[in-house]
Design a protein around this ligand. Structure first.
Ligand code: TPP
Length: 346
């Protein structure tokens, strides 16, 4: 494995983790990012290894836990944070927030309606194939999303029409607070996919190099054959389902389970593997992390300085805009989790 690629994977891992951590730190008590957010701390490994494997012409269609994929596709961090602040410089002019974070500049689309991403990837991949364009579709959802009917219509059509799509299921074992075991007798979503005659792969591990090598051959195969492939990854979210407040006081998962995953954190594993052997390497790790922090800190300052989307003041949205402004200035209450800073059920 080339060190330059390992370095790129680590840069992605660190940038994704640090972005999440900084948003979590700065969310309260400022309350200037006023959209629900699904953090991906613990789930960074897949987007991080896909980073070096993607080309500009690839398109991503993601579920709500999307920040890692946006960053891995080289989305602007300035525009992402500004989007969360509801500012006009955001990737969607401040109107989408985290749950619908999208950017046409990098062909990245996410959405909160569970599993719609799988169907959108179909249309995108068909367009690429029909017009003989370069690039593939990459679509990611969770294990909960795998229980939606649209998933099976999409997978059926993708194989039937031979469309170049990398389908990913990030199996973190929970749909909000309900375990996979409580929801289904088939605990491996990839097993259900096999019936569509689609190639499937299951990955369970914390070594980014192993996942990179696997994904490299899968992505190459999709590009060469123009056929879909489904990958399930066994992973875990360290945060609560939504928001920075945490939800482990609901006791829906055990401390033992959480600690097991934190102990096997892919980022800690990779830091030990790549940087622990010399002082020079440790200094390189610090340099990467310092640079990433600067990128993120700059993005927060950019977001703070940016303006709210004024153009809506001049049309039919005038009244709405007035309320949006009040909302962002904290002068009206919508009774959201953010109002009293106490964790509540989603
Ligand atoms: C069609 C639809 N049904 C229900 C919801 C409410 N909902 C939002 S997130 C979520 C759980 C999703 O779990 P999973 O797909 O495993 O992703 P994770 O949040 O664990 O990453 C649910 C049920 C929704 N957004 N869309």
């Amino acid at each position: 494995m080339q060190f330059s690629i390992q370095k790129e994977i680590y840069k992605n891992l660190s940038l994704i983790r640090k972005t999440q951590e900084e948003i979590i730190k700065r969310y309260h008590p400022a309350d200037k990012m006023r959209c629900p957010m699904h953090f991906c701390v613990g789930q960074e490994i897949m987007p991080a290894v896909l980073g070096p494997l993607m080309i500009d012409e690839d398109s991503i269609y993601s579920h709500h836990r999307s920040h890692g994929y946006y960053i891995a596709k080289k989305g602007s961090i300035n525009e992402m944070i500004a989007e969360f602040y509801g500012k006009e410089t955001g990737s969607n002019g401040g109107l989408a927030g985290s749950q619908e974070l999208s950017s046409t500049k990098i062909d990245f689309y996410s959405g909160t309606i569970l599993s719609g991403a799988f169907a959108m990837a179909l249309g995108g991949a068909f367009e690429k194939k029909y017009n003989q364009k370069k690039g593939i579709g990459i679509s990611v959802i969770g294990d909960g999303g795998m229980e939606e009917g649209i998933v099976y219509e999409s997978l059926n059509m993708a194989t039937q029409m031979n469309l170049p799509i990398l389908y990913i299921c990030e199996n973190n074992s929970y749909s909000t607070h309900t375990t996979l075991k409580q929801r289904t007798l088939e605990n491996k979503p990839s097993n259900r996919v096999k019936n569509f005659n689609m190639k499937t792969t299951y990955f369970d591990g914390n070594d980014p190099d192993k996942l990179f090598n696997l994904m490299k051959s899968i992505v190459k195969k999709i590009r060469d054959t123009k056929k879909p492939h489904f990958v399930e990854i066994n992973t875990y979210r360290f945060n609560g389902h939504v928001g920075p407040e945490g939800d482990d006081h609901f006791n829906y998962r055990s401390k033992k389970e959480i600690n097991h995953w934190i102990k096997n954190d892919p980022i800690k594993f990779y830091e030990k593997k790549l940087f622990s052997k010399s002082r020079k390497l440790l200094a390189l790790k610090k340099k990467i992390n310092d640079k990433n922090f600067k990128i993120i800190d700059r993005a927060f300052r950019f977001a703070e300085k940016s303006k709210f989307p004024k153009r809506y003041e001049n049309n039919n949205f005038k009244a709405t805009y007035k309320n949006v402004k009040k909302f962002y200035n904290n002068s009206i209450s919508f009774g959201t989790v953010q109002e009293d800073h106490k964790p509540k059920p989603y």
